[in-house]
Design a protein around this ligand. Structure first.
Ligand SMILES: NC(=O)c1ccc[n+]([C@@H]2O[C@H](COP(=O)([O-])OP(=O)(O)OC[C@H]3O[C@@H](n4cnc5c(N)ncnc54)[C@H](OP(=O)(O)O)[C@@H]3O)[C@@H](O)[C@H]2O)c1
Length: 334
């Protein structure tokens, strides 16, 4: 039986998702949380991972460690997105199995589902058609993780479960324009265009000065027509802790809000929250990605969990966090 003394290892505890899970568990009184940075423990190294499990003997493993990035990063580094994610998750899943971990929660992403699957995406659409080519490397690694957990569950009757979050946003997101997802990239672009400061380079956080009356134009990728769903990372953390505290009956659950909006609507909302007053230029020579990606969240709703943070409320909090941390924003080095 799990209790607040259970030894819970959160792989990737410094990341956006891992840190949110850590905060949530801490707030609920769990006192035996275990974390290692990638410098302390490189999860691509199987021997190091096995030694860590022998020494720490976790009861529970939450896998929030991965090589994560947007379309550009996936497109430029296909081998790393495939291989490093396979290495990280294989080492964790197998070590957890060998060391008799009681509960394993694997985090994937909605990109595991086929590009043109019917909407909203149901869990059973997995492997029914071709993937979105821009991130298939990452998706194939994640599908392998889902199947590894399913196989352990089926063959050994262990409580290994996979949660597939939709697009996430919130504190500790990656705001580096070379590798970020669409939502944090928009926050940063609108923010930078709002001020007079001359940008010194895409990875340099801009110095905040006085906003100008009419902001610089902002250029955004694609046509703006694709539909996307966004979940606050604190809601995801809540879902993960729910999954930890309950015995879910199946191997795969979607985690989302169940509602979506167009990228243009998202841009307008962020523009208003940031206070950008300039033009938006849509660069339709850049790829749009999947036309629509909305999760069917009825399985998780039926299990007793649903999202609570509205998009506008979540975006306001995220922009506040961005402003407070603009000088120390993390950069992802590929
Ligand atoms: N962000 C999203 O929109 C989104 C959406 C759906 C699903 N997810 C899933 O959520 C999970 C976490 O994503 P995130 O957004 O939190 O990513 P993130 O902020 O980039 O964090 C990833 C974490 O993984 C760790 N990591 C990466 N490579 C490692 C290695 N070789 N050895 C040890 N640790 C390593 C990093 O550790 P260090 O900081 O110590 O280097 C980092 O803390 C992923 O599985 C992702 O698929 C994310």
């Amino acid at each position: 039986m799990m209790n607040n003394k259970s030894r819970i290892y959160i792989a990737g505890h410094r990341g956006m998702v891992g840190s949110a899970i850590w905060r949530n568990l801490e707030s609920k009184g769990y006192t035996n949380l275990i974390g290692r940075t990638s410098t302390e423990l490189d999860l691509r190294n199987q021997q190091a991972v096995n030694t860590f499990f022998t020494e720490e003997q976790p009861d529970v493993v939450i896998d929030a460690a991965a090589k994560v990035g947007g379309i550009l990063a996936n497109n430029d580094y296909p081998y790393q997105f495939l291989m490093e994610n396979l290495q990280i998750q294989n080492n964790l899943i197998d070590a957890a199995h060998q060391h008799d971990v009681k509960k394993f929660i694997f985090l994937g992403s909605s990109c595991i589902y086929p590009r043109l699957a019917p909407q909203p995406l149901k869990e059973e659409y997995l492997l029914t058609a071709a993937l979105e080519p821009t991130n298939e490397w990452y998706a194939i690694a994640k599908i392998a993780g889902v199947k590894a957990c399913e196989a352990i569950r089926k063959q050994y009757n262990k409580d290994f479960v996979s949660l597939m979050p939709t697009n996430l946003y919130g504190p500790h997101d990656n705001f580096d324009l070379k590798s970020s997802h669409v939502l944090p990239a928009m926050i940063r672009k609108f923010h930078e265009a709002k001020f007079k400061s001359v940008r010194t380079g895409v990875s340099e956080p801009v110095a905040v000065s006085e906003p100008v009356a009419v902001s610089e134009p902002v250029e955004l990728w694609g046509s703006g027509t694709p539909l996307r769903e966004f979940l606050h990372v604190d809601d995801l953390a809540d879902a993960v802790v729910f999954a930890f505290e309950h015995q879910l009956q199946e191997n795969l659950y979607n985690i989302g809000t169940g509602t979506d909006l167009t990228i243009k609507e998202l841009a307008a909302l962020i523009q208003r929250i940031v206070g950008h007053t300039g033009e938006i230029i849509w660069d339709s020579t850049k790829p749009d990605g999947t036309p629509r990606k909305l999760m069917d969240v009825s399985k998780m709703t039926n299990a007793g969990w649903k999202a609570k943070i509205g998009l506008e409320e979540g975006l306001k909090g995220t922009y506040k966090w961005f402003l407070e941390n603009v000088d120390v924003l993390k950069e992802v080095k590929m």
